[in-house]
Design a protein around this ligand. Structure first.
Ligand SMILES: Nc1ncnc2c1ncn2[C@@H]1O[C@H](COP(=O)(O)OP(=O)(O)OP(=O)(O)O)[C@@H](O)[C@H]1O
Ligand SMILES: [Mg+2]
Length: 506
């Protein structure tokens, strides 16, 4: 019999190829110690930093400390189910979340497991929790406004699409309220919203979800929640999960997105707890040294993308809670320096009934000015300075200093402007309505009305205009322009209504 060597080598080669194909390396290690959401693992030498791990019972973990003989990983989810000496498999992948249209309208954990009783998220598409922030070539300047529907913010601290604006203030000063009103105001504006709750009470989160649902915002909103009852690692990844979801819609669907992180003080505390358990060295206020990096790598992902990349945007509204108004504490100053401005809410103003309790002296928007529509710019140009001057004068007036008539007039005008800028929750205004309201005050037309009637006048005026001259407001809404001729017409109408309003008073 003749042996064909090439046939044999062919068969051998084929078998070798198949052998390699079947080889599927699964690296398995053992848990040597577990507690407080942290596991020490032996036998996973080749693991990467931040690699995703699989414990028994499908519990997910992430590699944090790579040490000489072992590694330390955090456990997401129920760590009580992870036992010592159980197996851990490495996945060769970094942490990611499922993304896609399915997540819209849902309330989810940071790992995208349902919290609302709905079906599990069954999408093949995933996105890395952490990804590099776009570079300068991929960005374009922030120019389009993101209307909050709150007149004081849109007029004085305008927010642009792609901006990062911090909401900062003591506890119970209306921080969450501003974020929620902003989300409510995005209805019909084609902005996808993500609300990330970090370390809040379950009852508070339930309330927020209820508000979002009642106002019909869930059609375009995703809620990611890690409550105070969840483990520190879960709270730690929550904002990254929210950001990844928003990024998906921005990069893949060219959408404008808004991400609220409520709040990053609790996020920092969760990370501190995690780092201490991981035995990392501590820095100021016992926070680990990379706490600044933690927040900057999150907030740097906010962007207005270049036209080449589809011109989507990610606007971030991080929230920070201060103690006794201390904005110079460690975490607040860190985040103030990372963001493009801050809305500072003051407890005294809040209790005095000035709500939203914005301290105009300390609140700024560093890029939003370019994003204001012309009509708003025109009426609001002097508002900030006037109000700041008013608060200064108020200090003197309280001391009993005699004021000259000009200062007296400014004081009266300021009082009316403060009154005019008050706004109850859940009643966002359109740009046109905001412009008309501010014009009424700054033109001095309200100077002869009693201060306590201003608020009612403002709401009644808008209703009357919508009824009698609806074109005026809708025209501003539509093209964002306010000509001198329009100002004259509006002034006439406001004066006309003032007559009607005065007559109706007892
Ligand atoms: N513009 C407003 N007008 C009237 N009430 C308001 C306004 N804004 C907020 N509130 C009320 O003030 C309370 C505190 O508001 P909110 O929960 O938004 O504050 P917070 O600063 O987020 O509080 P926390 O520190 O608990 O997170 C709520 O009961 C809310 O309804
Ligand atoms: Mg809150």
């Amino acid at each position: 019999m003749k042996i064909d060597i090439s046939e044999i080598t062919g068969i051998l080669k084929q078998q070798i190829r198949q052998y390699e194909g079947k080889l599927d390396v699964v690296r398995v290690g053992q848990v040597v110690e577990v507690g407080d959401g942290i596991a020490r693992i032996y036998g996973l030498e080749g693991a990467m930093a931040h690699e995703m791990l699989l414990f028994e019972n499908d519990i997910i973990g992430e590699v944090f400390n790579l040490e000489e003989n072992s590694l330390a990983a955090v456990i997401y989810g129920d760590y009580t189910k992870v036992r010592e000496s159980s197996d851990v498999r490495s996945t060769g992948r970094l942490m990611s979340v499922p993304v896609g249209d399915e997540v819209i309208g849902r309330v989810l954990t940071p790992l995208c497991q349902p919290l609302d009783g709905g079906p599990a998220i069954a999408t093949e598409t995933t996105r890395l929790l952490e990804s590099d922030a776009p570079g300068i070539a991929q960005r374009q300047p922030v120019r389009q406004p993101l209307q909050t529907g709150l007149k004081s913010i849109d007029a004085m601290i305008p927010i642009g699409r792609g901006q990062r604006e911090l909401i900062i203030g003591d506890r119970k000063t209306g921080k969450t309220a501003i974020a929620l009103d902003t989300i409510i105001n995005q209805k019909g504006k084609n902005v996808l919203c993500v609300y990330v709750a970090i370390g809040q009470k379950d009852s508070t989160i339930a309330e927020v979800v209820d508000i979002l649902r009642r106002h019909g915002t869930l059609e375009y909103t995703v809620v990611i929640a890690a409550s105070a009852a969840d483990s520190a690692p879960m709270q730690y990844i929550a904002p990254y999960a929210g950001c990844a979801i928003a990024e998906h819609f921005m990069y893949e669907k060219q959408r404008d997105t808004l991400c609220v992180y409520d709040d990053l003080s609790k996020h920092a505390v969760a990370y501190r707890q995690m780092s201490l358990l991981l035995r990392r060295p501590v820095g100021r206020e016992a926070y680990p040294g990379d706490i600044f990096y933690l927040h900057s790598r999150l907030l740097e992902r906010s962007v207005k993308l270049s036209d080449k990349l589809g011109a989507g945007s990610l606007t971030a509204l991080p929230i920070v809670e201060t103690l006794e108004g201390q904005i110079s504490a460690y975490i607040p100053t860190n985040i103030i320096s990372i963001t493009d401005g801050q809305i500072y809410l003051q407890r005294d103003l809040f209790h005095a009934g000035v709500r939203p309790a914005i301290d105009v002296g300390v609140s700024v928007s560093r890029v939003g000015g370019d994003a204001q529509v012309q009509a708003m710019k025109k009426v609001a140009a002097r508002l900030r300075l006037d109000l700041a001057a008013y608060y200064e004068l108020l200090g003197f007036a309280r001391l009993g200093t005699e004021l000259d008539p000009a200062s007296q007039r400014r004081l009266e005008r300021g009082r009316r402007m403060v009154e005019l800028l008050k706004q109850p929750q859940f009643s966002p205004l359109s740009v046109g309505e905001e412009v008309v309201t501010i014009l009424a005050g700054s033109s001095g037309l309200l100077d002869d009305l009693p201060v306590e009637q201003i608020s009612r006048f403002a709401t009644d005026l808008l209703r009357w205009l919508a009824d009698r001259y609806p074109d005026l407001v809708t025209e501003i809404d539509k093209n964002g322009k306010l000509s001198d001729e329009m100002v004259v017409r509006l002034t006439e109408r406001i004066t006309e209504y003032k007559g009607v309003f005065k007559e109706a008073q007892p």
